[in-house]
Ligand binder design. Sequence first.
Ligand SMILES: *Cc1c(COP(=O)(O)O)cnc(C)c1O
Length: 460
Amino acid sequence: MQTYKTIIEPFRIKMVEAIQVTTAEQRESHLKKAYYNPFLLEAKDVMIDFLTDSGTSAMSSEQWAGMMRGDESYAGATSWHRMRNEINELTGFEYILPTHQGRAAERILYGYLGGKGKTFISNTHFDTTRANIEYSGAEAIDIVIPEGTQPSTEHPFKGNIDTEKLEKLILEKGKENIGAVILTVTNNSGGGQPVSMQNAKKVKEICKKYSVLFILDCCRIAENAYFIKHREKGFEKKTYREIAQEMFALTDGAIMSAKKDALVNMGGFLVLKDKILAAECKNKLIITEGYATYGGLSGRDMEAIAIGLQEVFEPAYLEYRIKSTQYLGEKLKELGVPLIWPIGGHAVYLDAKDFYPNIPVHEYPGQALVCELYLKGGIRAVEIGSVMFGKYNENKKLIPSPMELVRLAIPRRVYTQSHIEYVVEVIADLWNNREKVKGVRIIEEPLFLRHFTAKFERIM
Ligand SMILES: *Cc1c(COP(=O)(O)O)cnc(C)c1O
């Protein structure tokens, strides 16, 4: 078979959604009205929306056909069985709880396991994961391997958890005080970096030794499987799905936001091995989400999830997905733009600390960069740094996050290569004019998940 370098999008476009082209003056005014926080922008004023890959996928014609078939019966709907069977076949778990999105599953499980005195340990807790754990009164500790926090160190699995630290922490905190060990694949907040099977196996060994619960945050399990197949010895001949199944088999349960690798706009689930724990969670599900056979979902959503979970493991899709994300990263690297290397699965992460070395961390270089991306090109991205993860000490002084990143999250099956070329051009322009840019200051912020609603002003 002849192989060409160009990877074509393995789909053609059947329906289009117009993008409103804006001028620099319009964007200046929009951003000012949004208090320099792109979360507060109107979506219609954004040209390329890289805010998140969550719930922004384009569904396939098969998924849309499934939407029409959706069975909206309150209990025992056909669509529930279709989704349940699909999840059961993929994960191997018996107890399956549908939720309206990932964080509802987190609230149910970590709300039950958490509480004062409990500790959760993860490679990197995603922001909603950490928030749900801390809201319960428990603490959340991140122990990704050291390479995971070094932006440019080459490592095939920078999402791996530090297993030595894991064992030490379990002993230090006392195994009875560990709520769960949560392995996030791929490691979203740590740069979308993959986790190896070997690492997951080691985590299982440790969790088993101390009888600690091992939970997989499997939002991007298919993307993670791609990296294992192509980077880890012994997996070359396995299918992506088999690799995912092998990883699920190591764990006691999993949480999924279906808005990622199930290729839908809304949905999630919690799967568990333990009957008693599942029964406790099911009670909470029925009180706060919905009856056990729909949770927070419509029948049509469950159909789309069942189909999406199949499509996401198709080799042509996964190759396009991972390689097109890499394409953007490689182009930027060629320009000398500082970024997390190697490129992760769903996003390119710019290193704002190196992009704007003249902006101190307490003036939020990442937030300055997301503002510039919007002003210059109408591109919306998110800061993953001290705005998202920063804390204050007792003197109200910022305790910064270890990295100041800007995430360009790529929605699945949405943008074409020319959109990406445009983004490269905009960032090249920002890179060439980086000296003049100033930081921002927070003028209003909430107690939890402050990056969503905080208001900023520019430092002049
Ligand atoms: C998106 C995400 C969640 C939360 O899911 P929502 O559907 O947004 O509530 C949890 N963990 C990870 C790793 C995620 O990427």
